[in-house]
Write a protein that binds this ligand. Sequence first.
Ligand code: AMP
Length: 281
Amino acid sequence: MTIVTSPDEMTRVAEAARNDGERIALVPTMGYLHDGHLALMREGRRRSSLLVASIFVNPTQFGPSEDFARYPRDFERDCAMLKAVPVDVVFAPEPASMYSPDAQAWVEVTEVTRGLCGSNRPGHFRGVTTVVAKLFNIVKPHFAVFGEKDFQQLRAIQRMVRDLNFDVEIVPVTIMRENDGLAMSSRNLYLSPAEREDALVLSLALRAARETHRKGACCAEEIVFAATRVLKRMKSVAIEYVEAVDAETLAPDPSMERPILIAIAARVGKTRLIDNTVLQP
Ligand code: AMP
C-alpha cells in the first residue's frame, strides 16, 4: 500500500494507472475509520484494479462553531485497516496542499442542498461538493463510492456529476449499523456510555417510521409523527429535524407513490448525529 500526500504525485500515479488500462475506484473519507467505511472499501475493491482511499478532514465543510479541530484522527490505525482490505493507495493530503489561501472557485449544488442538513449547516455542502470535485480531478477515478448514511451528500454529489458531466460512476452503499441498530459514525466516539444508549432512539424512531408506513400510513406526516413521538420520549435527545422528503429530489411534501426518505438529525449531549431510511411505495 502506497501513501501519497501530494496532489500532483497522486495525479501522476492515477494517470500512469489509466495508461496501463487500470480501473480506478476512489473512496473519499475523513478518516477515523469504522466498519461502515470498510464496506465502501470492499465495494470499491470489487470494481477496481486500483483502489484509492482518501483521508482528508476537509476544513471547508465545517462551520466556524463545528468540530473541525477536534474531529478524531488516527492515521496509523486507519492505514492498518486499509492495508487489510487491501487498499492500493492512501491519499492523505494536508489542507495547505489542497487549498490556495486565495482560492475563489467553488462547486455548488442548489436545490437538493437547501433543506435538511443544509438549513442548519450553511456552506457545508458547498465545501463537500468542492472537495469531492477536486478529489475527482486529482484521482481521476472510474468509480467513486459513497455511503447512504450521508444521504443528502450522496444526492448532492450525484447531481454535481450529472449536471457538470463528470466522467465518474457514483456507487452508493447502504448504511452499516452496530448490532443494536446505531448507525456507525466516527462521531460516535464522542458519546459517553449513557449517551450511546440514548442515541439508539434515532434508529428506533426510524423503525417506528417503517412500521407506520408498512401498516398503510395515509400520508408522510403520519410517518414523521410516529418517528417524532419515539424521539421525544428521550428527553436527553434534542431534535434538529425529522423530515419526510422525496428520496430522489429531496423536495418536501413527498408523494406516497414514490420512494420517501425519512431523515433525522439530533443532538445527543453535544454530539450531532444523523440517520435515515428510505421507504418504498
Ligand atoms: P466520513 O469519513 O464520515 O466523511 O464518511 C466517508 C464515507 O463513508 C461517506 O460516503 C459516508 O457516507 C460513508 N459512511 C460513513 N458512515 C457510514 C455507515 N455507517 N454506513 C455506510 N457508509 C458510511
